[in-house]
Write a protein of this length. Structure first.
Length: 165
């Protein structure tokens, strides 16, 4: 029974990769990509699968971009490799936030890791202020910036809520 289930999972992942290739996604198992697909589907955005760009864009205007952060209930979402210094690198890091019209922070259920509990919408200027605060207090030149659900609830607005409690 277990081997048959594993074979089925492998078959479905291979099938998903074949479908992804048809729309230009080279690696369905790229870290975070499936969750970004789920978030973009819920919000009605077009996915951007490149790691060097925002996570999604407006379906009617690709110049309007969105960044997604996510975590499990009780965890924290991260902006990885944000530079405190030098100044030029810090500005490039902050541009990863500024380039977006909105930031979306999705909380996924721990017991069902592909099911979204809540999505918060956050203004870029608010996340930039928090990012700068954390960078200013960091001892490292390169840091991971973390935000949790409580921060998102205080600084953003709920745009999607799971109907089941």
């Amino acid at each position: 029974m277990k081997k048959e289930i594993l074979r089925t999972i492998i078959h479905l992942v291979i099938q998903a990769q074949e479908l992804a290739l048809k729309i230009g996604i080279p690696n369905i198992l790229q870290p975070g990509l499936v969750k970004e697909m789920i978030i973009s589907e819920i919000l009605g955005h077009d996915l951007i699968h490149s790691k060097r760009d925002a996570d999604a864009c407006d379906p009617d205007d690709p110049s309007i971009k969105y960044e997604y952060l996510s975590c499990y209930v009780g965890g924290s979402g991260q902006l990885d490799r944000m530079f405190k210094e030098p100044k030029e690198e810090r500005e490039k890091s902050l541009y990863r936030i500024w380039r977006n019209k909105k930031i979306y922070f999705a909380i996924f259920h721990k017991d069902n890791p592909l099911k979204v509990k809540t999505i918060y919408e956050i203004e870029p200027k608010i996340l930039v202020a928090e990012t700068e605060r954390q960078l200013d207090h960091s001892r490292n030149a390169i840091s991971h910036i973390g935000i949790n659900e409580s921060w998102a609830a205080d600084n953003g607005k709920v745009v999607h809520q799971d109907k089941q409690k």
